[in-house]
Ligand binder design. Sequence first.
Ligand code: PLP
Length: 388
Amino acid sequence: MNRIYFDYAATTPTDPQVLEAMKPFFCDVFGNPSSIHAFGREARGAMEEARQNAASFLGAKPEEIVFTSSGTEADNFALFGVLWANASRGNHIVTTAIEHHAILEPAGFLEKSGYKVTYVRPDKYGMVDPQDIVRAITDKTVLVSVMHANNEIGTIQPIKEIARLVKEKGVYFHTDAVQTVGHIPVDVEDLRVDLLSLSAHKFYGPKGAGCLYVRKGTRILPFLRGGGQERHRRASTENVPGIVGLGKALEICRRTMDKEAAEQARLRDLLIAGIQEKIDRVYLNGHPQERLPNNVNFSIEFIEGESMLLNLDMLGMAASTGSACTSGDLEPSHVLLSIGRPHELCHGSIRLTLGRYTKEEEIIRFLEVFPGIVAKLRAMSPLFDQKS
Ligand SMILES: *Cc1c(COP(=O)(O)O)cnc(C)c1O
């Protein structure tokens, strides 16, 4: 049985060219980039080349790139680092109700530690109104953090406009761009953001490598202490193979991104139209136009998301329900609740995310089997009997 992967928003396979680029940096070029001897200099050279790649991909300067262990670390670093460094300016941050847990959980922890956090709610498409952000800013606000695109429902936020309004208020602006970098254009000069998080494993790079872009002049303190690496902004011996992989993955995305996005959007639209045509009582989650080219998310009445996933899994198809990080607990997705979906519809949601290796036959295969799964599960649901 050929397995089919529709979960690229959870993680992507490492591109074989990326793996090839990383290989020498485990055994041959193993030096510590901080060492001044030739072993160290060799590793440092490769790391700086990757930094150059990341910087030019984002329209940034190399010294504005701080490598981290993940998107999660970059998000934590942005929040804590900026608040600690700007304590004299205030203790308030503004974010949204639909951020990834890598923002929401540190924000919740900050609240418990005496900081104030405002969570702006999006509209029914998951779109944040820039004016709502502006209204939430007070004279104590130090940082605003709004994700570029949502990992569950794919809605792309008007980051350029939000950043412009936030900057007019003299407040720092961070965006979690983990779902957009490598998929749609992201340029820090165009968007005018101060800080931006990305993660290599979401764009065909290795797991455990990410970075925080920090605009020159931004006051930020380290999140990890214990060494002078990354210009004293992030202690710890650098993950050289991971960093090389991150750089290589971006180099590939730079060449292929536009074509891939167009193809994925075509397949996405086939999938959305197919589901809407073949199954009744389904609701598309997220914005109909302003959405990631690879994201499909539906709520399906009278069905449990987990049952859909298990039935698909038995046929070798991988999808997700709610957010991959929270499935396992029974709390409905905070994103679906925030866009006003009732609890039952949150539980009956399915996310299909496409990628570099998705083929049209896979979409067709899914559309062949999925209506049958839905019909079977609905036949077992007492709620469905009552209403139909
Ligand atoms: C995956 C993801 C993260 C976390 O990145 P890791 O590298 O897996 O820690 C953060 N934010 C968003 C929007 C994500 O999709």
